[in-house]
Design a protein around this ligand. Structure first.
Ligand SMILES: NC(=O)c1ccc[n+]([C@@H]2O[C@H](COP(=O)([O-])OP(=O)(O)OC[C@H]3O[C@@H](n4cnc5c(N)ncnc54)[C@H](O)[C@@H]3O)[C@@H](O)[C@H]2O)c1
Ligand SMILES: O=C(O)CCC(=O)CC(=O)O
Length: 353
């Protein structure tokens, strides 16, 4: 085994059906008196119920989280937290709501309790994203890592099946890139393979029966592990391509990950054979990129960028951007090969190196 360093900074986790009821005790445990509850407009009712559960420990509800955290929304939420005298925030929702909590914490240091209702994994990472003037910036900062995460699988029962599948594949992407990250290590690899295995078993089961609480629990467990991997290893080609595609063309986040991942994996496969073997083991397939694309197709998820709103005439720009700011990746970034990758992803063709 090659020498390695392992240091992880992780939130406290409370996991299991019904654990949302422990939220007031978790707020108290942080030494906080007033929590601002954050959500998207679509989950406002759920946020309201959380505020009722908190009772006197609720400062109010801010239900304006949207995807990619526009700076204006972040400023409004920070101001609302200040105005209401909140000394903590509870983010109930997916990556968009957790992201809003992180934007507040980045500025104020306010502790965050995350209550994830998708499989995006953001609650386990110190990574934040904020969009200003149409440009999304991402960064890492220890202040934005939630202090506590409550994983209550019951809250995911209402997550629509299509979003459950693509969100689960978004989580698998975190683990896949962690397996070949330049700063990876055997402990993260264990978590990555186990996270992919759990999700690959859970997604078909919850696709058959969205109310299968065991499958929902397994998926959330997998998302937790994949989130830890994302938070503690470097992102490579796949995440960078998705951020460019999502940020520049306003494409739906989890769907972009779903479409691109088999292609990004195939691009890197010749230089990351051990990672591919681990992913194939976890998926129980012979060929990791192809097996993943087939899993997505079997679960009714999109497999072509053209099907999710990507304009064909934008592919050249994405290829240009992909090579404009180099970063560590198992296989060097070659424009011609990346342009071909993007074409295959746009067409929905089979992944190829
Ligand atoms: N910083 C990180 O580490 C990290 C990691 C992953 C994703 N992200 C970010 O997260 C965002 C995407 O998050 P997402 O994919 O979780 O989607 P999302 O948070 O945007 O949620 C999508 C929609 O589903 C709804 N929803 C969520 N949970 C639900 C439930 N249980 N029942 C019914 N409706 C529900 C939301 O209200 C919203 O309308 C992107 O902006 C992405 O960049 C960040
Ligand atoms: O938008 C963010 O907060 C960054 C998203 C990220 O790095 C993980 C992802 O693309 O799923």
């Amino acid at each position: 085994m090659t020498p390695f360093t392992f240091q992880a900074s992780l939130p406290r986790v409370v996991f299991g059906p019904g654990t949302l009821q422990q939220l007031p005790a978790e707020v108290e445990r942080l030494g906080a008196a007033k929590a601002l509850v954050l959500s998207t407009p679509e989950q406002q009712d759920q946020a309201q119920r959380v505020a009722e559960l908190l009772g006197a420990r609720s400062a109010g509800v801010f239900a304006r989280a949207v995807m990619h955290v526009p700076i204006e929304t972040a400023r409004e939420a920070r101001e609302e937290a200040r105005r209401l005298g909140a000394d903590c925030a509870v983010a109930i929702g997916g990556g968009s709501t957790t992201g809003l909590g992180k934007a507040i914490a980045l500025d104020s240091g306010l502790p965050i309790i995350a209550v994830p209702t998708t499989y995006a994994g953001s609650e386990m990472t110190p990574i934040y994203g904020i969009t200003e003037g149409g440009l999304k910036k991402t960064g890492r900062d220890a202040r934005v890592l939630p202090r506590t995460v409550i994983y209550d699988p019951r809250l995911t029962l209402s997550l629509p099946v299509d979003l459950s599948v693509t969100s689960g594949l978004n989580a698998i992407a975190h683990a896949a890139e962690g397996l070949y990250a330049h700063d990876g290590n055997p402990i993260l690899s264990l978590m990555a393979e186990e996270g992919i295995r759990a999700l690959a078993q859970a997604l078909p089961a919850l696709h058959r029966d969205p109310c299968d609480l065991q499958a929902r629990s397994d998926a959330l467990y997998g998302a937790w592990l994949c989130g830890v991997v994302l938070g503690n290893g470097a992102m490579g080609l796949h995440h960078k391509l998705c951020h460019t595609l999502g940020g520049s063309f306003n494409l739906p986040h989890a769907e972009v990950h779903t479409v691109v991942l088999p292609h990004a994996m195939a691009y890197n496969a010749p230089k990351a054979p051990q990672a591919m073997a681990a992913i194939a083991r976890a998926l129980r397939v012979d060929d990791a990129p192809l097996g993943l694309q087939q899993l997505a197709a079997e679960l009714g998820a999109p497999t072509a960028l053209k099907a999710i709103g990507m304009p064909a005439d934008g592919l050249d720009r994405v290829a240009d951007l992909a090579v404009s700011a180099p970063y560590p990746n198992p296989r060097p970034l070659e424009r011609t090969a990346l342009r071909a990758l993007l074409q295959r992803a746009w067409d929905g063709s089979a992944p190829a190196p």
